[in-house]
Design a protein around this ligand. Structure first.
Ligand SMILES: Nc1ncnc2c1ncn2[C@@H]1O[C@H](COP(=O)(O)OP(=O)(O)OP(=O)(O)O)[C@@H](O)[C@H]1O
Length: 396
């Protein structure tokens, strides 16, 4: 295992900046996922570490060696790609040991390494099988074993599970986590799959347009996104965003006000336009009259389409209208309504008028211009206490 460091790495292709001034510092043994929309520079970043692409500027260090100008074979890395290219005419043993044979490894050491790698990926007893006699998942494990035998300091994986069916993907995900624990190797892993990134990584690096947006443990990216982009990208379904104005101790959107401790947040002033974000699971149906009677906490909405997902129901809400009746159409109305996720046992139907509550401790505020996060879940203590008292009184 080895520390991997990218310092000011930029990669340009003619007029495209694929990677823009990337700085990453990965600890020994860390599992990092690179995520972001298509074309954001994930693969290019990985290729610069692999030595398959030379950065336009910047340096790359693996362990204590600068490798920026070294060929791939001298970097102590092994790669596993999406399209596993096993040699069809070779059995599993020969496929796994291919790289070692090229390096003229002695037979007994080669046997030992292949056996060990096969054990780690649970392919013992299959060494004389041909690739055509194996399932997609088994073939993928051969590809991983081929990387393991090289005993690399760093594994680079580019969508290694992308071609597998959903069930196998989940199995392989746990296999990779086990492998990481067992080998204790630094892994840089490119994926489109959020579940993979959330479950496997020590930290997620979120990229957009070649730029690093945030690198942090999965739950930090989820709960404290650095900016609106990360907030919208991490989490499925996506966070709801609403244009709002900062009031005096309130957050106002479309004629509604939520009491909000604006004084506790640095850098926002009354009258300022902000964007607030709330995740679908942080919206609730008002289920007691104390909540419903408190206009600072509830909104009257009409349900639109319902999507029962098995473990939850996605409830699309029609856009909220200004309760004063004034104002008419607003830009909020032209936007999509909010999405709420509720328990599958909830008694709810389409076209139903409901009162919803939003969990104020889970509101994210973003700068309207830069998209940078201003705050996450700031609620005045006094408000929370008052709410708790009302809820308690209601319960009695
Ligand atoms: N060899 C190349 N020549 C020119 N442009 C390239 C080359 N390789 C990548 N690019 C461009 O660089 C940008 C980043 O590409 P990259 O493949 O790194 O993105 P990615 O995040 O891995 O995308 P995906 O998720 O679709 O695989 C894209 O705009 C792409 O078109």
């Amino acid at each position: 295992m080895a520390r991997v460091k990218l310092t000011d790495v930029t990669k340009r292709y003619d007029d495209v900046t694929a990677v823009d001034d990337m700085n990453l510092d990965l600890k020994d043994g860390e599992f990092i996922c690179l995520v972001g929309p298509s074309g954001c520079g994930k693969s290019t970043t990985l290729e610069t570490v692999a030595g398959l692409t030379k950065p336009t500027s910047g340096t790359i260090t693996i362990g204590d060696r600068e490798v920026t100008n070294l060929p791939p074979k001298d970097r102590g890395i092994a790669m596993v790609f999406q399209n596993i290219a096993l040699f069809p005419h070779m059995d599993v043993y020969d496929n796994i040991s291919f790289g070692l044979r090229l390096r003229n490894f002695p037979q007994d050491e080669m046997d030992e390494r292949v056996e060990e790698a096969a054990r780690v990926v649970r392919l013992q007893g299959m060494l004389d099988r041909m690739p055509s006699e194996m399932s997609g998942g088994q073939r993928q494990r051969v590809a991983i074993a081929r990387a393991i035998v090289r005993d690399p300091d760093v594994f680079l994986m580019d969508e290694p599970l992308a071609n597998l069916d959903a069930k196998l993907r989940v199995n392989m995900r746990t296999e990779l986590q086990r492998l990481h624990k067992q080998l204790d190797t630094t892994i840089i892993y490119v994926t489109h799959n959020q579940a993979e990134a959330m479950t496997m990584s020590d930290r997620i690096a979120v990229l957009n347009r070649g730029e690093l947006q945030q690198i942090a443990p999965p739950l930090v990216c989820y709960n404290q996104p650095a900016n609106r982009f990360v907030a919208g990208f991490i989490g499925s379904p996506s966070m709801n965003f609403v244009d709002a104005t900062v009031g005096d101790g309130t957050l106002d959107a479309n004629g509604y006000s939520v009491s909000f401790d604006t004084a506790a947040i640095d850098g926002v002033t009354p009258g300022e336009a902000v964007e607030f974000g709330i995740r679908p699971e942080d919206l609730y149906l008002a289920d007691n009259s104390a909540e419903a009677a408190d206009p600072s906490r509830t909104f009257s909405v009409t349900t639109d389409v319902l999507e029962p997902m098995g473990d939850e129901i996605f409830v699309y809400l029609k856009p909220i209208l200004d309760p004063s009746g004034g104002g008419g159409m607003t830009d909020f109305e032209e936007r999509q309504g909010l999405l709420m996720s509720v328990d599958p046992a909830t008694d709810i139907s389409e076209e139903e008028d409901v009162e919803i509550v939003l969990d104020r401790a889970r509101i994210h505020l973003f700068d309207d211009d830069t998209g940078d996060a201003i705050s996450h879940g700031v609620v005045a203590d006094a408000d929370l206490e008052a709410e708790a008292e009302r809820d308690e009184a209601q319960a009695d």
